[in-house]
Design a protein around this ligand. Structure first.
Ligand SMILES: O=C(O)CCC(=O)C(=O)O
Length: 247
């Protein structure tokens, strides 16, 4: 039975970690696609940070299939709560001795909740190889709450998990990449989903963001709603296990 509790928790915490959401048999292919697409910083329209590998892989069919996993689309639809599209996907991996970011928000565009990000991990991740940090609940400050101090790590949680996990979060959630101190691989794709009302502005920055894939497909949250027949039939997990929070 689902799932008001999960839904409420998702909106309260601003994120969910979908454990082993990517079919295990896709992972070798995804890692190879990542490695084949790596481009040095100066080959991107806007130069990238030097302490991470960035991979151009948005045309790959398995990557596209990850972006459309029903479990993932269900959570994205719940967060955006109106028709949305896949805006961007690119590979990201902190290099040995790099990857440390200050806590930050990626920032919604026109209203809170109109953009959602997902990080899908192709390798196991944890404190030593640059796991993502998040601050649960930080996406919707309470009225009158002082501005978030991005140097304050006291509420940050460092994630850990397995290849195939997908972190899905509201872009206003405070988060950051972390130092890869040992250099173990931490390949991931960073996926962006936008409300369809943002499509015109998305088109204006396609080239700057090096987006080559077709972004015309629309996803309707009602087709993926938590507890819907479509969502439960399209995954081999029962719907009440759809969401599992890391805390
Ligand atoms: O790779 C990560 O763990 C987080 C990346 C991130 O927050 C960003 O690029 O804005």
């Amino acid at each position: 039975m689902v799932n008001m509790t999960d839904r409420e928790q998702l909106h309260r915490e601003g994120y969910v970690l979908l454990r082993r959401a990517i079919p295990a048999e896709w992972l070798d292919d995804l890692r190879a696609v990542f490695d084949a697409g790596v481009k040095p910083s100066d080959q991107w329209p806007v130069p990238r940070g030097m302490d991470c590998r960035h991979s151009l892989l948005d045309l790959d069919s398995t990557v596209q299939a990850v972006c459309r996993l029903p479990q993932l689309l269900t959570v994205v639809g719940e967060l955006i709560a109106e028709r949305f599209f896949l805006s961007q996907v690119e590979g990201r991996e902190p290099l040995a001795g790099g990857g440390q970011q200050q806590l930050h928000r990626d920032l919604s565009a026109q209203r809170p909740g109109d953009m959602v990000a997902a990080l899908a991990y192709f390798d196991d991740y944890g404190p030593e190889n640059g796991a993502t940090r998040i601050v649960p609940g930080s996406h919707r400050p309470a009225p009158g709450e002082p501005p978030f101090d991005f140097n304050d790590e006291s509420r940050s949680v460092r994630l850990a998990g397995s290849a195939g996990d997908i972190l899905v979060f509201d872009v206003d959630l405070v988060h950051a990449g972390s130092l890869n101190s040992v250099g173990a691989r931490r390949r991931s794709i960073l996926i962006s989903y936008f409300s369809e009302v943002l499509y015109a502005s998305h088109l204006e920055t396609l080239n700057l963001r090096n987006i080559r894939m077709d972004t015309s497909e629309r996803f309707d949250p009602s087709n993926f709603a938590l507890g819907s027949k479509a969502a439960s039939q399209s995954t081999d997990r029962s719907i009440d296990k759809l969401i599992s929070f890391s805390s």
